[in-house]
Write a protein that binds this ligand. Structure first.
Ligand SMILES: C[S@@+](CC[C@H](N)C(=O)[O-])C[C@H]1O[C@@H](n2cnc3c(N)ncnc32)[C@H](O)[C@@H]1O
Length: 361
């Protein structure tokens, strides 16, 4: 065996491997103070962890904090990753007032599932139960007890409730810019007797999510409301794991929502425009389907580039003192000594299973 001074720890090797594959490293985070495996400061800069400040016996302030000490407060409903960065109403442009502002109204949040959302069906939206069926089917390759899914621009939580109720996913996160939508969503969870998911107040252009940490992301009836569409789509792409899946629905140009309020407000699309936006965000596998008169159903998969990266991974596994054994497709066991094998879920494409025989010292 090589001397221990040249021997990297299995954690270090694991960290390097996960970095290569663009996956967050839970063990590093935990070592640094139980940082969350998925949540981060806006734009995914640094992992955050939950903290509580107690004020005497009765008062407690809950918040998320990153390694730089930046804090985001949690109230009884959501953690606010927008907070002081929110623009004042008088600073909003016309399209911001319409695309984002409409849904900040408690009245709109109240009526959203009491007729507003159902009216989308006239433009070809399949209806939320059918939409859930399609999402569940599209996410089925990534579902499971360790899978993380996000309902982005969740509104009153109609898809979020179905994601949670299905018990198909290990962790469900729901995010929206609107405090009143998040409040409505929380109430609906309580009324339905469902455990609330993690609610985040967040802007799609700066998601408080670590890169490569989400298996499936849904954004229903939302893209036409994002004032920073391209930045939002880049964020969606960033937070997905390799092989992660994005399902979205939005309106096409023929939509018959044309009240004076909406004119020059929402952005409606053509199918080819949507395809271009998805590809520019980074997605290689993109399907945009028209449903009915003016609804677009979008399915994208983030490419799994492990094939290109696996040779680098193999090089690291051959560092002095490390032993690697192929376990089963998609799994590698790394250990300093054969009897201290430590399992982790990296990431070797099945095509590279064969070369991963135990390394002889
Ligand atoms: C039409 S609702 C869709 C709600 C729900 N997803 C559905 O399928 O019905 C659009 C949602 O997008 C949210 N939204 C608008 N701009 C956003 C932004 N920049 N970041 C995150 N959410 C945003 C609004 O607050 C609103 O709840």
């Amino acid at each position: 065996m090589p001397s221990s001074s040249t021997k990297p720890s299995s954690d270090a090797v694991k960290g390097k491997l996960l970095e290569i594959f663009g996956v967050s490293n839970p063990q590093n985070a935990a070592a640094a103070g139980e940082y969350d495996e998925v949540l981060a400061s806006p734009a995914g800069a640094k992992p955050v962890r939950e903290a509580v400040r107690l004020f005497g016996p009765a008062g407690a302030l809950r918040y998320m904090i990153d390694a730089d000490g930046r804090r985001w407060r949690s109230n009884g409903v959501y953690t606010d990753f927008v907070g002081d960065d929110a623009k004042a109403p008088w600073d909003l442009s016309r399209s911001e007032r319409i695309m984002e502002g409409t849904f900040q109204s408690p009245l709109v949040s109240f009526v959203y599932e009491r007729g507003w959302r159902q009216a989308f069906n006239a433009n070809g939206f399949p209806g939320i139960d059918k939409e859930f069926e399609e999402v569940a089917e599209f996410f089925s390759p990534v579902q499971g007890p360790s899978s993380v899914v996000m309902d982005l621009s969740c509104g009153s939580g109609l898809m979020t409730r179905r994601l949670v109720k299905s018990n198909r996913y290990g962790r469900v996160i729901a995010g929206d810019l609107s405090p009143s939508m998040l409040g409505e969503a929380a109430q609906r969870f309580d009324k339905a007797g469902l455990t609330r998911p993690e609610f985040l107040r967040c802007d799609v252009s700066q998601l408080p999510i670590q890169s490569g940490s989400v298996d499936g992301l849904h954004a229903g009836a939302a893209l036409h409301c994002w004032t920073q569409l391209e930045a939002g789509l880049r964020e969606v792409y960033r937070v997905l794991k390799p092989g992660g899946r994005f399902y979205a629905s939005t309106f096409l140009v023929a939509a018959t929502i044309n009240t004076p309020l909406n004119q020059n407000g929402y952005k409606f699309f053509t199918v080819s425009e949507l395809e271009r936006y998805m590809r520019e965000a980074g997605f290689e596998t993109v399907t945009v389907m028209q449903s009915g008169r003016a609804c677009a159903l979008i399915r994208c998969v983030k490419a799994d580039n492990n094939d290109n990266k696996a040779p680098d991974a193999l090089a690291i596994l051959q560092e002095p003192g490390m032993v690697a054994v192929a376990q089963e497709p998609g799994m590698v066991v790394v250990a300093e000594e054969p009897e201290q094998e430590q399992e982790f879920s990296a990431i070797v494409p099945p095509s590279l299973d064969a070369p991963l025989e135990p390394f002889e010292e």
